[in-house]
Design a protein around this ligand. Structure first.
Ligand code: NAD
Ligand code: GLY
Length: 375
């Protein structure tokens, strides 16, 4: 850390910090990735010329560990932050939580120029993002993701929202953040099971777009699981680059963005039929991606050797790759797939791989092929 004499009192140089741009015209933003950069939150927000008042939304697990650093950094940069803690876990992604947060924002007199900081995993990011999109018809929004899944996926791309009893993410918006700040050191306190779940999304980027990333994961997985700084920075930055490229091309999911859902059709259905209790999202989409790879082999030309490499990588990451379903549960799974937001005219559409690093979307798959992929 070096102190200099710039216009700002303390100019901290953070060696090795990477920046990935999300180019979306006047909604463009940067994703900053590095170690120990949470202390930089305030100065980064300052550059965005946001209003003085802000709210840091966090949950009851993340708040006690990281709020103090986030709040001090904001205060040091001249902001007036208020902290709002919500329960941890998927149940916090609800309209009830949103309602109670609206009241707190009003009490703190947040204005149009004010902003909301999401400090936490994908649950906090999705919920706080929807709060930012809707409060006063939209206030500034900054993402500080603290899970691997949130750093490589949910904090980037602007999908925000909450769940209804009828299903996940059924109320929401496309609302881009002004900044994403990924402090890789926050992953040190993340439970290992959550870290592994995040890796399922990283492996996905290799399958859908980048055979080199996939090969690197095959070699470096043990180092990544040990949070090796160089490897972690590389995979987070590369994942964000791939997501940024897809979102730039198709922000509102008219077509290409569907590829980000490789393995998600079966994965989401699996989460739904197990009442969102048994599998973490990353675990369910690990099973879903292996099934999608088998379907890709059966109807899209993916080689058996590549299916085996895919299965082996998920296994090496400590993720489940198969599921034992009764006949009744298989029927439930097939019917749950029809509730997926990606269904078109009642027909479930699949993303399938031609090879590792190359996929196509919008493909019809028969029930028999889906069933066979789960065996
Ligand atoms: P999460 O937010 O529930 O976090 C997982 C658990 O880890 C929670 O208990 C949390 O309190 C805890 N935690 C978070 N960071 C921690 C840290 N650094 N140290 C210790 N504990 C920590 O789960 P998630 O996997 O980050 O996100 C899942 C959510 O993301 C789902 O609701 C899913 O729908 C959503 N999602 C959204 C998008 C999108 O594009 N918006 C993409 C993928 C997933
Ligand atoms: N995680 C899927 C998307 O952002 O489109």
């Amino acid at each position: 850390m070096i102190f200099g004499f710039g216009r700002r009192r303390h100019v901290r140089i953070f060696p090795g910090m990477r920046t990935v741009k999300v180019p979306l015209g006047d909604r463009s933003y940067s994703i900053k990735i590095g170690n120990s950069i949470l202390s930089r939150l305030g100065s980064e927000c300052r550059r965005l010329k946001l209003g003085t008042r802000c709210a840091v939304i966090t949950d009851r697990k993340v708040g006690p560990i990281y709020s103090k650093a986030a709040m001090s950094s904001l205060r040091e940069a001249g902001f007036e932050p208020v902290e709002i803690r919500v329960p941890a876990g998927e149940t916090a992604k609800s309209l009830d939580t949103i309602h109670s947060c609206y009241d707190k924002l009003a009490r703190h007199r947040l204005e149009r120029s004010s902003f909301i900081v999401a400090l936490g995993g994908g649950v906090v990011g999705d919920m706080a993002g929807f709060l930012a999109a809707s409060y006063l018809r939209g206030v500034g929004f900054v993402q500080v993701p603290t899970t691997l899944l949130a750093q490589v996926d949910s904090s980037v791309g602007g999908k925000v929202g909450v769940n209804l009893k009828a299903g996940k993410n059924l109320v929401g918006a496309f609302y881009q953040p002004r900044l994403v700040l990924c402090d890789l050191d926050t992953l040190k306190t993340l439970p290992k099971r959550e870290l592994r779940a995040g890796l399922a999304e990283v492996i996905k980027y290799g399958i859908i777009d980048d055979a080199t990333l996939f090969r690197r994961l095959e070699r470096q997985l043990p180092a990544i699981l040990k949070l090796n700084a160089k490897e972690l920075a590389h995979v987070v930055a590369r994942s964000c680059q791939i997501k940024a490229k897809v979102v730039e091309e198709d922000e509102r999911e008219g077509g290409l963005r569907a590829i980000l859902n490789y393995g998600h059709t079966i994965g989401h259905a699996l989460e739904a039929i197990s009442s969102y209790g048994k599998y973490l999202h990353g675990e369910a989409i690990s099973i879903g991606q292996v099934a999608a790879s088998k379907i890709s082999r059966d109807q899209h030309g993916l080689g058996q050797a590549e299916v085996e490499r895919i299965e082996a990588l998920f296994t090496a990451a400590g993720l489940p790759t198969t599921v034992a379903l009764s006949k009744k549960d298989t029927l439930k799974l097939l019917s749950a797939m029809k509730v997926d937001k990606k269904v078109i005219g009642g027909q479930v559409k699949f993303v399938l791989a031609k090879s590792i690093g190359q996929v196509a979307f919008g493909i019809d798959v028969t029930k028999a092929t889906i069933k066979a992929s789960l065996q």
